[in-house]
Design a protein around this ligand. Structure first.
Ligand SMILES: Cc1cc2nc3c(=O)[nH]c(=O)nc-3n(C[C@H](O)[C@H](O)[C@H](O)COP(=O)(O)OP(=O)(O)OC[C@H]3O[C@@H](n4cnc5c(N)ncnc54)[C@H](O)[C@@H]3O)c2cc1C
Ligand SMILES: *[C@@H]1O[C@H](CO)[C@@H](O)[C@H](O)[C@H]1NC(C)=O
Ligand SMILES: *[C@@H]1O[C@H](CO)[C@@H](O)[C@H](O)[C@H]1NC(C)=O
Ligand SMILES: *[C@@H]1O[C@H](CO)[C@@H](O)[C@H](O)[C@H]1NC(C)=O
Ligand SMILES: *[C@@H]1O[C@H](CO)[C@@H](O)[C@H](O)[C@H]1NC(C)=O
Ligand SMILES: *[C@@H]1O[C@H](CO)[C@@H](O)[C@H](O)[C@H]1NC(C)=O
Length: 579
């Protein structure tokens, strides 16, 4: 053998040994500690151990029952004493309302993430199982409840889920075989005269479970407003602010994350800390836009409050008759080019909808503008409709306070949360204005078969607050969110609708921004490829370093959250490390 071939062979042998060692290493760990423990495992805590956890949280531990259990004769394979046709009928009638799932400790609003394991419409003889719901939930009301939950999950190698309202479109507040910490009942509100080197003025400190409308009402009782959501029941200091958070005051005060002064947090190592411009500044940055469910459990946020003022709202409707479709889509291009920039630059927030039925603005909200001023900003759109001979309905109104504005439309526009699979994309102003025809082509392709909404705002000039929200927000004219319907009697059709989002509808928009496009992490497709770049942009590496610092054992996992690429969900729902 020549020297060279000996060298070559030894190189092969070294490589082989390395591969074998790595495989052994993997084999050794993949037995259990590389995967989270699930109820069928010997290592799953005994009933006595769960009972001890229950004692440490003063009896607040709940053994989960799927919300649609009354519709089934069996539950997890056993006869089901909860079976009750009347209760089932009530549940079906209210299924689409956020409130139905809001009061449940475990039901996801997005039906896809229930995995169809306890379907309210499939009939009493079909099975109902815990499925992807958490197995146990701590109905937390105190910091120590959260700390005990984090400790128990860590010691017992159990998947940990943080749930607030359950609104998440990406299934981030749901997890099979998990222990969940339910933060919904952190409902305190307090008015502060805040003073720091960054800000002096009124502020509202709110518990993490406080919802948009609750915060608006509290602020209004002091003549103030806070930046919240367009949906009355999203929890502000939960996934909303932690993901960025846009709403009716966005064009005036920025993303809700931009208004945060400080937060209280239980870290994944169980420490209770303050995150602010002075303390744990890296965590404070990450929690203002870097996404919920991964850096820690926020128990409160203190946000800037602003003086309340009058404002106005408007709405519009144009039906798609088929015959008028070309003119209608061309008018939508006109709206994008000629009306939206002026509206959002004047402080308005505009939600428009395109679907097979036609086009709607529902609503345009203009804080601090009279209805005459709002009508004037809408005029370019009205001129386009008149010019094209399109029939439309338009109305506007003026309101004394922000809360009055909000309440004038919020009930009418809450769409059926449980009934859609969702995806989304942020559309930069340059694309919207310079390549309008291409963009309208994509919108038409999508909205002839799917439901689509454009949420328009200008947060470019807002005090960006220095948070981790995707930098792309600052150049965004609107976010597009699209939905394909859930079919409760045909799970295959529901999955196919989700597939269409991933393989057809979102790509139709992504194609317009081939390099560096983005999506809002709270209104994105959970199957988004390259989610790190798309949902977090250039912030990802820094966010990942912060995640590893505060969560060295990777205790907190949520789909598409920072650090989630270290885990994969197997077919049976078991969570396992990828590397
Ligand atoms: C009908 C509807 C309307 C919406 N309207 C808007 C809107 O106007 N503007 C907007 O920006 N978004 C909107 N969203 C998206 C919304 O911001 C997200 O769904 C958001 O994740 C909701 O947060 P949540 O805490 O209420 O929900 P959850 O589903 O309970 O939680 C969402 C995520 O945040 C995590 N989380 C929750 N609480 C905490 C906490 N205290 N600490 C750490 N992590 C936590 C969860 O683990 C999960 O990852 C809407 C969604 C729906 C369904
Ligand atoms: C926890 O304790 C409370 C009060 O004793 C009890 O009602 C509840 O059923 C217990 N939870 C579980 C999961 O056993
Ligand atoms: C989800 O559904 C699939 C198909 O019915 C099933 O194989 C799988 O076990 C389910 N996962 C969970 C966690 O329920
Ligand atoms: C959770 O706790 C609150 C009180 O903090 C209580 O009102 C509510 O009924 C509890 N929910 C469940 C499902 O146990
Ligand atoms: C919401 O669901 C209810 C009940 O299923 C239905 O009557 C209503 O038309 C739905 N609304 C929308 C906007 O889908
Ligand atoms: C759901 O699927 C069933 C079976 O494929 C079909 O008959 C029904 O029309 C579908 N429902 C909706 C609302 O699309």
């Amino acid at each position: 053998m020549s020297t060279r071939s000996v060298l070559a062979w030894s190189a092969v042998l070294v490589a082989l040994a390395a591969v074998l060692a790595r495989d052994r290493f993997f084999f050794f760990f993949s037995a259990d500690s590389v995967c989270r423990t699930i109820p069928i495992d010997a290592a799953w805590p005994s009933t006595t151990a769960w009972g001890r956890l229950n004692e440490t949280v003063d009896g607040k531990l709940i053994a989960t029952v799927p919300i649609a259990a009354p519709c089934h004769k069996t539950l997890n394979g056993e006869p089901n004493s909860l079976y009750d046709e009347e209760r089932c009928a009530v549940l079906r009638d209210t299924w689409f309302l956020p409130e139905t799932h809001l009061e449940s400790p475990s039901s996801p609003m997005s039906y896809l993430f229930s995995n169809d394991t306890c379907n309210p419409w499939s009939g009493p003889d079909t099975p109902c199982t815990t499925g992807t719901d958490a197995v146990y939930v701590i109905n937390a009301t105190e910091v120590s409840d959260i700390q005990e939950g984090v400790r128990f999950a860590t010691e017992n190698n159990i998947r940990l889920v943080i749930r607030n309202t359950g609104h998440d479109y990406l299934g981030k507040s749901t997890g099979a075989h998990s222990l969940s910490i339910w933060i919904h009942n952190f409902k305190s509100t307090e008015l502060l005269q805040y003073s720091s080197s960054e800000y002096t003025g009124p502020a509202v400190k709110m518990g993490a479970g406080v919802e948009s409308l609750e915060a608006y009402k509290f602020a209004a009782s002091h003549g103030l407003v806070v930046a919240g959501g367009n949906c009355p029941t999203v929890a502000l200091a939960g996934g909303f602010i932690q993901g960025g958070g846009h709403g009716p005051l966005a064009s005036k005060y920025g993303l809700a994350a931009d208004t945060v002064l400080e937060m209280e947090v239980v870290t994944p190592t169980g420490d209770y800390v303050i995150a602010s411009p002075k303390e744990n500044t890296d965590l404070f940055w990450a929690l203002r836009g870097g996404g919920g469910g991964t850096f820690g459990v926020v128990t409160s946020a203190t946000v800037k409050a602003f003086t309340d003022t009058y404002g106005s709202t408007a709405s519009m409707m144009v039906a798609n008759t088929g015959a008028n479709a070309d003119a209608l889509y061309s008018a939508i291009g006109g709206l994008i080019q000629k009306a939206l920039p002026g509206l959002v630059d004047a402080g308005a927030f505009v939600v428009w909808i395109v679907a097979p039925f036609g086009f709607m603005i529902s609503p345009a909200v203009a804080p601090g503008l009279t209805s005459a001023e709002l009508d004037k900003l809408m005029q370019p759109m009205i001129d386009i409709l008149k010019g094209a001979g399109l029939e439309y309905q338009y109305s506007s109104a003026q309101h004394k306070t922000f809360l009055e504005s909000f309440e004038s439309y919020s009930q009418a526009t809450s769409w059926n949360v449980s009934d859609y699979n969702v995806g989304g994309r942020l559309i930069p102003r340059a694309l919207a204005l310079e390549r309008t025809d291409e963009l309208v082509g994509a919108i038409r392709h999508i909205s002839t078969t799917a439901f689509m909404s454009g949420v328009s705002y200008n947060v470019a000039s807002a005090d960006a607050g220095g948070g981790a929200a995707h930098p792309y927000f600052r150049e965004t004219l609107f976010g597009l969110a699209l939905g394909t319907p859930v079919n409760y009697t045909d799970w295959g059709a529901t999955l196919a609708g989700q597939g269409r989002i991933t393989h057809d509808l979102i790509p139709a928009l992504a194609r317009l921004t081939p390099e560096g496009g983005a999506a809002y992490l709270n209104e994105a497709n959970f199957e988004q490829s390259d989610f790190q770049r798309t949902l977090y942009g250039e912030n990802y590496e820094r966010l990942l370093a912060i995640k590893r610092k505060y969560d060295p054992k990777s205790i907190m996992y949520a789909r598409t959250a920072v650090g989630s690429e270290e885990w994969e969900e197997r077919g049976d729902g078991r969570l396992c490390r990828v590397k």
